[in-house]
Design a protein around this ligand. Structure first.
Ligand code: 2AM
Length: 179
């Protein structure tokens, strides 16, 4: 049976990806960890794992029916999870719309057999992998604002030593006027 490794996520604008890469280079030592490529910077809403074509189609049909308002992401927090070795960028206060969207997608995924982590959802953008245990985080005071108007489904593949994400579909969130 053909499967693909899939996840729902928020994309970041290209310009912001470039700004984050520059900021990361300025703030973190070269040996702090393995930087995630600019084009791969994203915020996962729901991880599906390896799914069949049939399940992927069902989840895409459900995603297309979602009517949720867009929201603003304030990226103003950073942290380090030593066990997975991840340094991340996130929000001191996650917007309600983000949590609602992620909860809905995670519930739909779970109902279609995609096991969801029992850990509470912590929205984040992974900046570094294989992070050093003693990595120094930048002091708070940074802030990027992102107006989120879409969410998307991605396929992840690992070829020639590189992780690549390919967008399979994208759906709009409601504008403030239509929310
Ligand atoms: P991470 O950045 O915190 O590792 C593609 O791999 C995306 O799916 C990444 O954002 C990754 O989160 C997330 N992901 C991978 N495996 C996962 C899992 N078992 N549970 C939740 N998210 C996962």
């Amino acid at each position: 049976m053909a499967t693909q490794r899939l996840f729902f996520a928020l994309e970041l604008p290209d310009a912001l990806q470039q700004q984050l890469v520059q900021w990361r280079a300025d703030c973190f030592a070269a040996d702090a960890g393995k930087p995630v490529a600019a084009a791969n910077l994203h915020l996962t809403l729901a991880f599906l794992g390896e799914v069949s074509t049939e399940t992927a189609e069902q989840l895409q049909q459900l995603a297309a029916r979602i009517r949720q308002p867009g929201f603003t992401l304030d990226l103003d927090d950073a942290g380090h999870w030593p066990r997975p070795g991840v340094v991340w960028l996130g929000c001191q206060r996650a917007p309600r719309g983000l949590l609602q969207l992620a909860n809905l997608l995670r519930a739909q995924a779970a109902r279609h057999g995609c096991a969801q982590s029992t850990q509470p959802f912590h929205p984040h953008i992974t900046l570094l992998r294989h992070a050093a245990q003693a990595v120094a985080l930048p002091p708070r005071g940074f802030h990027w604002r992102v107006e989120v108007s879409h969410f998307a489904l991605f396929a992840s593949s690992f070829t020639q030593g590189r992780t690549r994400y390919r967008r399979l579909a994208r759906w709009p969130l409601l504008s403030a006027a239509g929310a």
